[in-house]
Design a protein around this ligand. Structure first.
Ligand SMILES: C[S@@+](CC[C@H](N)C(=O)[O-])C[C@H]1O[C@@H](n2cnc3c(N)ncnc32)[C@H](O)[C@@H]1O
Length: 418
């Protein structure tokens, strides 16, 4: 006998996903209508009211579809996925939010492997539920931004992208080691003119940060800034209306699973600028070292001044503004991609930026994961530095293109498991 609507167990996931999309809580009638729309349930079935025995509440006039969703809700309440206490609303519990990540059905295919890495074709939500607990030292990624004029890999609204990252982050947190870190590259975006009426910024990064700390329970370890000196002005407010400046910095939001993430700034010491060297020399001449604070601090200055006086190059603690250009790094790759008929990724980050973060937050042999792998930059940097890596992306074309950036790849075309 054909069924007019899905069974209860088939409905559990769509019901929970619908509530999650409504911010985690909504009135029952609103959820039911949205689930019906999601599943393409015709109005005739959704609104086919009949007198039904509802058990505890006796005979009631309800449509069989609505009644079925009420039973689904009861099943979810019993399993601890939907709150028992909130009346008049269906609200996901923390367990419910977590299980949305882990129960997501999805396809995971290893596209190629290197001695240290695996490139995987899968949606970020799916991989967030699939990587083993407490295994990842660093998750470094550059997710899609809310861009309204569209990139080749998709266009997301502000709410969609925050929801996607927060949903994934529940799984990412579980997969991170206790002293592991999560670094997310984000950038400022303008609000759509139709919505804001003017030229103003979106608060999507602030919303994301709050949700990651308050809902997902990650710590906000720090924020670094990446300046791309070769960034060209790219929006009409700057170039046509001329009412805003060219923005060439992006954020690197550094979050962690625990309050003391592993990090070592000695792994990323920077070359001192000439003005810093001159300042040391002036200090040495004035004999000012006796007055510069605690003794270890003095020792450091003494060592550095010794190095400068001996004509050696001076290394200093890195600043939180990183400058890496991505202007000219990928010409050879572009050529190879063209020959193979594969697309060039239009948001490749500089390998040196990924190297800097990986050096800072991991040691050799650690595992680094990028769930929005794109052209594979994180993997290239990790491999170069002797870290193991996992890269996943939902674009097969970009994954295939990324394989060109590695030597020693074992390549299995999808559909021909080895
Ligand atoms: C900003 S790009 C990453 C660029 C990368 N850092 C590089 O250097 O090439 C974002 C990537 O996320 C991928 N993506 C978008 N939505 C996704 C999703 N739901 N699951 C997995 N990947 C997704 C896109 O295919 C795109 O390659």
């Amino acid at each position: 006998m054909s069924r007019p609507f899905p069974t209860q167990s088939q409905l559990l996931l769509p019901v929970m996903e619908t509530i999650a999309e409504m911010g985690g809580s909504a009135e029952p009638s609103v959820v039911i209508d949205a689930v019906a729309e999601r599943l393409g349930i015709p109005d005739g079935i959704k609104n086919d009211f009949r007198t039904i025995d509802t058990g505890k509440w006796g005979l009631r006039k309800r449509s069989a579809f609505r009644q079925c969703l009420h039973w689904v809700r009861m099943t979810a309440v019993t399993a601890g996925l939907i709150s028992r206490t909130e009346r008049g609303r269906w609200t996901l519990t923390d367990k419910g939010k977590d299980s949305l990540v882990t129960c997501q059905p999805g396809l995971i295919l290893i596209v190629y492997e290197t001695p240290d890495g695996q490139a995987v074709w899968a949606d970020a939500i799916t991989t967030a539920g699939a990587v083993a607990d407490n295994t990842v030292n660093l998750l470094f990624t550059s997710p899609p931004y809310p861009i309204l004029n569209g990139r080749k890999y998709g266009t997301f609204t502000e709410a969609e992208i925050v929801e996607l990252i927060v949903r994934c982050a529940r799984g990412w947190r579980r997969a991170l080691m206790d002293d592991g870190s999560l670094v997310i590259n984000t950038r400022d975006c303008w609000l759509p003119k139709a919505a804001s009426g003017g030229t103003v910024r979106s608060l999507w990064q602030e919303k994301l940060l709050l949700a990651l700390c308050e809902d997902v329970k990650l710590y906000f370890a720090d924020r670094l800034w990446w300046r791309n000196p070769s960034h060209l002005p790219d929006n009409p407010w700057v170039t046509v209306k001329k009412c805003r400046c060219n923005c060439d910095v992006e954020s690197l939001l550094w979050l962690s699973k625990g309050p003391n993430p592993r990090a070592n700034n000695q792994n990323i010491l920077a070359d001192a600028a000439p003005s810093t060297i001159q300042a040391y020399v002036r200090k040495a001449r004035r004999g000012a070292l006796n007055h510069v604070g605690p003794s270890t601090h003095n020792n450091l200055f003494e060592e550095q001044i010794g190095a400068v006086m001996a004509g050696q190059s001076l290394k200093v603690i890195p600043r939180n503004l990183l400058e890496f250009s991505n202007g000219d790094t990928h010409h050879t790759l572009t050529h190879e991609l063209k020959e193979l008929g594969l697309p060039r990724h239009d948001a490749m980050m500089p390998v040196k930026l990924a190297e800097h973060i990986i050096r800072f937050l991991t040691v050799k042999g650690d595992l680094v994961w990028d769930p929005f792998f794109g052209s594979g930059t994180t993997g290239v940097a990790a491999e170069k530095l002797g870290r193991r890596w996992i890269g996943s992306d939902r674009s097969l074309a970009h994954l295939l293109g990324s394989a060109l950036r590695f030597e020693n790849t074992t390549f299995e075309p999808p559909g021909q498991p080895g």
